[in-house]
Design a protein around this ligand. Structure first.
Ligand code: ZN
Length: 295
């Protein structure tokens, strides 16, 4: 059989990526989800579905058909609405056990559905194939990546996406944790041979990919600090709001993405406040005032 590692993601399309991995792209393309959510069927004689995606009856039916009676487990990377809600329908149709972490209550996916809770380093056995959970908070507080040990492939969910930048939306999203989780994945030993994201295509050279994501975040943090300092220097009020610095801190980002970028900007400011580089009246308020320490 031919394996098409680098096949592009087309909503509704199925690709056998490796002997143990089939990808089915859910039909939910958008600015936030790229070509759509990737659902992965992992295993051979027995299968686990990772991220069934939204509760889309056609997509879930497709997974059932591809699984052909072999789906015994369902795991989720995190509880966001584009990854988890389909688990319930898939479990009803297959009798499969749902595995994941308790998720924040606003995720649209009640943790009561999860039959087996999983933590960092826990393993799942699927007919002789081992999947290991790696806790990677940041994009969300419940986020897990999964390592397919035999093929040394890392399923990254929304921790690392291909083709778009991950949004970190406080308070559940946390930039400091996110960057720490990125460093942890970059330093995995042995390094995985590839990253399989929740959105977008297979990525070779994991260390290089993750390093460049980290550099991108560091660059953004510097742009945020510069934008704050520049406003202070212009003699404007020492306290500025997030929306005052959004255009310059994200000057390289398309303007139609700014309403989403502002959440990541908030996450950067909260990280900087935690590190004592900026101060704010209320880090939990997106409309709070901020200023650089020492300005
Ligand atoms: Zn997602």
């Amino acid at each position: 059989m031919e394996y098409d590692y680098h096949a592009s993601c087309v909503p509704g399309e199925l690709t056998q990526l490796t002997p143990l991995v089939i990808r089915v792209v859910a039909p939910n393309p958008s600015v936030m989800t790229g070509p759509g959510t990737n659902s992965y069927l992992i295993g051979k004689d027995e299968l686990l579905v990772l991220d069934p995606g939204p509760d889309d009856p056609g997509h879930i039916q497709r997974l059932v058909e591809v699984g052909d009676g072999r789906i015994s487990r369902i795991a989720i990377t995190h509880g966001h609405p584009d990854h988890a809600p389909g688990a319930r329908r898939l479990a009803e149709l297959t009798g499969a056990e749902i595995i994941g972490r308790p998720t924040p209550s606003d995720s649209g996916f009640s943790y009561l559905d999860i039959a087996r809770h999983i933590s960092d380093s826990d393993t799942i056995e699927i007919g002789g194939v081992t999947l290991r959970a790696i806790y990677t908070p940041g994009h969300s507080s419940d986020h897990l990546c999964y390592l397919l040990v035999k093929e040394n492939l890392l399923f990254t969910g929304d921790h690392i996406m291909q083709g778009s930048t991950v949004v970190i939306a406080p308070p559940d999203g946390d930039m400091k944790q996110y960057i720490e989780s990125l460093r942890m994945v970059r330093d995995l030993d042995p390094s995985p041979v590839a990253l399989l994201p929740g959105h977008g295509m297979w990525m070779d050279d994991p260390q290089e990919v993750v390093s460049s994501v980290i550099s991108h975040r560091e660059m953004r943090e510097q742009m945020v600090l510069d934008a704050l300092s520049n406003l202070h220097e212009k003699g404007l009020d020492r306290w500025v709001q997030l929306d005052d610095i959004l255009p310059s801190a994200y000057s390289d980002t398309a303007e139609q993405l700014h309403p989403i970028a502002r959440y990541s900007l908030w996450a950067h400011l909260r990280k900087l406040a935690e590190e004592g580089k900026v101060v704010t009246g209320n880090r939990d308020d997106i409309l709070a005032n901020w200023q650089v320490v020492g300005s």
